[in-house]
Design a protein around this ligand. Structure first.
Ligand SMILES: Cc1cc2nc3c(=O)[nH]c(=O)nc-3n(C[C@H](O)[C@H](O)[C@H](O)COP(=O)(O)OP(=O)(O)OC[C@H]3O[C@@H](n4cnc5c(N)ncnc54)[C@H](O)[C@@H]3O)c2cc1C
Length: 381
């Protein structure tokens, strides 16, 4: 019989969500164990992303996401000051053609959500091709350093007393005879827990499928983020062009580089899961060769709006799978998902569309911890 151990809360996945939620649960007095398949924390979506600490501006079609972003921005900035790069000027520019919003609508949206902005003068606006850009605004929005965040979260896990296991995959979750959840690890060990929090992001349905459980409807996208070496004359300007198939470029502190993301060319395909469509094997996907890079399309199209981009030196791209709730495409919103007991009591699935909306998950986790502290519900009574 394989060794078995016991804990109050098992967190599966050591990205930012898993590490943050594990720390939170441990600080509330629970015994917490975190199992991460990779050999370090924060190596998947929490590393390969655009590194934007969202302050609402990016969502002019979803006022709710804008307002939540504003609240979470301040909280994230206060909690992780040493993980944020503030050393650049961030310009949001509105495309003249093909944008879902006009400059006036963007300004109105910022007023509504209470986000600071300033329309830039001609000299700063010259960074863009004036024939293609209606107006540009300087905004208060920064980039996070996911490497610093990893170091920070590893220290927090240790301080909070979370037991961590790296390099081990949770194979499946089942109901134990005592009604709790039981996880089987890839080397056969078992962990019995009062609650399992599935923070595996793109692999969320993979774990559900291996456990014989229903999968959640999710949209998965294979995404390329191009890294750039950046120097004068691009200087310290980061930009985001709204609101449609355009580019954005921000510092990427974890690699001491810049990222270039393009709404049209960064995505190399998508697939849907749920409603009878099984999840793809992501380990096999990451092991297989990635498609041919779209770097030339990204740079050429980006340079139509930001001519200086032609002078940046491309570095190798980063690849990842981005997971979205299917309904978020129309508004570009980023709601969270917290779904409990989909076929198994005590299993809770978590999906966060942005790093800082982990704060929206915390009240749901608190409810689970409160329930654990009260003990099992007496259904008969
Ligand atoms: C292309 C892209 C751009 C983005 N841009 C931004 C942005 O600019 N700003 C922003 O705030 N957010 C952005 N996001 C969203 C943000 O990156 C995610 O919301 C966040 O990183 C999710 O964190 P996570 O911990 O849930 O997932 P992850 O960081 O992916 O962590 C999941 C972990 O689970 C582990 N795992 C998987 N299966 C198992 C298993 N069976 N057993 C054990 N471990 C397992 C994986 O190894 C991984 O470490 C972006 C995302 C993508 C993909």
């Amino acid at each position: 019989m394989s060794p078995s151990r016991d804990t109050d809360v098992l967190v599966v996945g050591g990205g930012f969500f898993g590490t943050y939620l594990a720390t939170h649960a441990a600080r509330r007095g629970a015994r917490v164990e975190l199992v991460e398949a990779g050999d370090r924390m924060l190596q998947r979506a929490s590393l390969v992303n655009q590194a934007r600490v969202h302050n609402g501006y990016h969502y002019p079609r979803s006022i709710l996401t804008g307002i939540r972003s504003r609240a979470n921005f301040e909280r994230f900035a206060q909690e992780f000051p040493e993980c944020i790069d503030r050393g650049f000027t961030h310009l949001y520019a509105i495309a003249r053609d093909g944008s879902h919003v006009t400059a006036q609508q963007f300004a109105l949206f910022c007023d509504r959500i209470g986000a600071e902005y300033r329309e830039v003068d001609e000299a700063a606006a010259a960074f863009f091709d004036g024939d293609r850009i209606e107006a540009a605004f300087e905004v208060k929005e920064w980039a996070f350093d996911s490497e610093a965040l990893r170091v920070h979260m590893e220290a927090e896990l240790e301080k909070a007393g979370v037991r961590t296991t790296l390099g081990v995959r949770v194979e499946r979750i089942a109901e134990a005879p005592d009604g709790r959840a039981e996880a089987t690890l890839d080397h056969g060990d078992r962990i019995r827990a009062g609650a399992v929090i599935n923070c595996t992001y793109a692999a969320l349905n993979g774990l559900a499928a291996r456990s014989g459980l229903q999968f959640l409807p999710l949209k998965q996208e294979l995404v390329e983020i191009l890294l750039l070496r950046w120097g004068p004359p691009l200087g310290d300007i980061g930009w985001t062009i709204l609101d449609g198939p355009f580019s954005s470029s921000l510092p990427f502190p974890a690699h001491r580089a810049r990222s270039l993301y393009h709404v049209r060319y960064s995505t190399h395909g998508h697939w849907f899961e749920g409603e009878g469509r099984p999840p793809r094997d992501l380990d096999a996907l990451y092991r297989s060769p990635m498609p041919r890079s779209n770097r030339m399309h990204m740079i050429c199209d980006g340079a139509r709006y930001v001519p200086a981009l032609r002078q940046a030196e491309p570095l190798p791209s980063l690849w990842t799978v981005r997971t979205k709730l299917p309904g978020s495409a129309q508004t570009d919103s980023r709601p969270i998902l917290f779904r409990s007991a989909v076929g198994l009591p005590n299993l809770h699935h978590v999906l966060g569309g942005k790093i800082d909306n982990v704060y929206d998950v915390v009240p749901h986790l608190d409810a689970v911890l409160d329930q654990l502290a009260r003990g099992p519900v007496d259904v008969a009574g």
